[in-house]
Write a protein that binds this ligand. Structure first.
Ligand code: PMP
Length: 360
């Protein structure tokens, strides 16, 4: 096998090696069928089996209550920015917690369907904190309150789920789903693009409370109505079958590892290794409020764009790739999704020490 790198990309990102190896073994013929998963009808028994098992595994590892549906919908998290208001915004009012780039993108889509109110924001501080939100700050007439529960670009995350009373809480959990426990019962909808902690790009997973399904605003296309996908068990049309299959392998891998609580421990260990290195460094710094730091996306800077670039280039030569920050903020970022092994983070920390010695 060709040597693999440690890929710190924010997504699509590294997948667990045992998952890739299993997929490779099953690539040409799946389970004695003489066919690849990619070649099978989505109405065939093996594919329906794969989809059912994927949903069952997700329900098990995330402890999803019975009154929630799990849907796989193409169009990524971005399509959910529009599907959420189309399906929920009957009073034409939505509250958003603004925590950066993706929250803003989501809010901009809801503006097409009514009034968007900023319930809380940390824009003035450059999104270095997660703003506090309590029930008194929520418009009781709002159709939903939207949060981005982990902020991929600004490196923050909600460590406490806000209480929004009777107003459904909607979370974009794209960049931290499956990384730490989430109490699903506190949410109306949790959605996440697959290409970070779940599998390859190609769909979003939507976990939705049943009472929110089936009352879209007038004019909603059939395909964008959650009911369409719920009634058809995510098989209304040809779904991204291979993506669902890889998600199943990822969920099996996660379950064998001890599930989300075990994964959380490993993620905390990885994040601590890197944040400790940054906090003790004379050239790197992270300005995010410590209590709000993401376990998944660790952002840091030297303060000198040329030095940042040198770091990215030299790290790449050492097999540590995609350490540049998002174009909106620059600087550096290491995404430590579930599939990034502790050894990858240790290798990065050792590289940072060496780089610091050479660039004091
Ligand atoms: N939300 C968040 C928090 C993200 O990090 C991203 C992608 N990086 C998106 C939404 C957009 O996801 P997609 O490409 O699946 O539409």
């Amino acid at each position: 096998m060709e040597e693999r790198v440690f890929n710190f990309s924010s997504g699509p990102s590294q997948l667990p090696l045992p998952v890739l190896e299993k997929a490779q073994k099953e690539l040409v013929s799946y389970g004695g069928t003489g066919m690849s998963v990619m070649e099978m009808s989505h109405r065939s028994k093996p594919i329906i089996g794969i989809a059912d098992e994927t949903v069952a595994l997700l329900r098990e590892v995330m402890n999803i209550p019975d009154n929630y549906k799990v849907l796989f919908i193409q169009g990524g998290a971005t399509l959910q920015f529009a599907m959420v208001p189309m399906n929920l915004m009957k009073n034409k009012k939505a509250d958003f917690v603004m925590t950066g780039y993706w929250a803003k993108k989501a809010a901009d889509q809801s503006k097409a369907y009514g009034t968007v109110r900023v319930a809380a924001t940390d824009e003035a501080n450059g999104y270095k904190n997660i703003p506090r939100l309590d029930k008194s700050m929520v418009d009781p007439q709002a159709d939903f309150v939207h949060i981005t529960s982990n902020n991929t670009i600004y490196g923050t995350r909600f460590t406490e789920i806000p209480d929004t009373g009777d107003v459904p809480l909607v979370a974009d959990a794209s960049s931290h789903i499956l990384s730490e426990p989430l109490d699903v019962s506190k949410f109306g909808i949790i959605y996440a693009g697959a290409q970070k902690n779940m599998g390859p790009a190609g769909m979003a997973t939507v976990i939705i409370r049943e009472d929110l399904i089936g009352t879209p605003i007038e004019g909603t296309p059939v395909y964008l109505n959650y009911k369409t996908h719920a009634d058809a068990e995510s098989m209304y049309n040809t779904p991204p079958v291979y993506c669902i299959y890889i998600c199943k392998l990822v969920l099996e891998w996660l379950k064998n590892l001890g599930g989300i609580p075990a994964m959380q421990k490993i993620n905390e260990e990885k994040a601590k290794l890197l944040y400790d290195q940054i906090d003790n460094s004379k050239i790197f710094r992270n300005e995010v409020a410590v209590k709000d730091r993401s376990l998944m996306n660790v952002i840091f800077v030297t303060g000198n764009p040329d030095l940042d670039k040198k770091f990215v280039d030299e790290a790449k030569k050492a097999g540590l790739i995609t350490l540049n920050g998002h174009k909106a903020v620059g600087g550096l970022r290491a995404s430590l999704y579930n599939a990034m092994p502790v050894e990858g983070v240790k290798a990065l920390v050792e590289f940072m020490k060496k780089f610091e010695m050479e660039n004091k």
